[in-house]
Design a protein around this ligand. Structure first.
Ligand code: AMP
Length: 145
């Protein structure tokens, strides 16, 4: 009985949509930057810098290198478009491309406006932006096609 319950719980856990899938499906709000048939980009809620954006595939896979070659390659091409917008809007030197995946088990790329290496230190305190600030940067970054 106990083993059966544990198995059921495990199955339920594995079948639960990730928080990013729930964002993509519109079940959880986000500051959306871009979307196409296969990918989605939105602001990181705990940003290292204004414009810190996450790019995710709509297909739910935990580890980025478990994605198919096609999905992984397409994700980078999609991220390139978003990064170009971030660079233009924030006037940063470069847009850093970082993959951690320690917190959310849904493959994603962090795109972070960067002027020096110190801007990409995940140990430093995150920015605490107001809703208005998030909305303002969203409206400047948003790619509508
Ligand atoms: P990691 O999995 O280590 O790459 O970290 C996950 C990132 O997702 C962190 O930077 C979080 O701030 C971000 N994050 C988690 N939940 C949300 C959310 N609901 N909306 C936007 N960003 C989120």
């Amino acid at each position: 009985m106990c083993a059966k319950n544990t198995k059921l719980k495990l199955l339920t856990f594995r079948n639960m949509a990730s928080i990013f899938t729930r964002i993509i499906n519109g079940e959880i709000p986000c500051y959306k930057i871009a979307e196409d048939d296969n990918y989605f980009a939105f602001l990181d809620i705990n940003p290292l810098a204004k414009g810190h954006t996450l790019v995710v595939p709509k297909i739910e896979e935990d580890y980025i290198f478990d994605l198919s070659d096609e999905t992984l390659a397409g994700m980078m091409v999609f991220a390139k478009k978003v990064a170009a917008r971030i660079k233009e809007v924030t006037a940063c030197k470069r847009v850093a491309v970082v993959v951690l995946g320690m917190e959310v088990p849904h493959a994603h790329i962090h795109l972070i406006p960067m002027n020096s290496e110190a801007d990409v230190d995940f140990k430093k305190a995150k920015l605490e932006l107001t809703k208005e600030e998030f909305l303002e940067i969203t409206s400047r970054l948003q790619i509508v096609e």
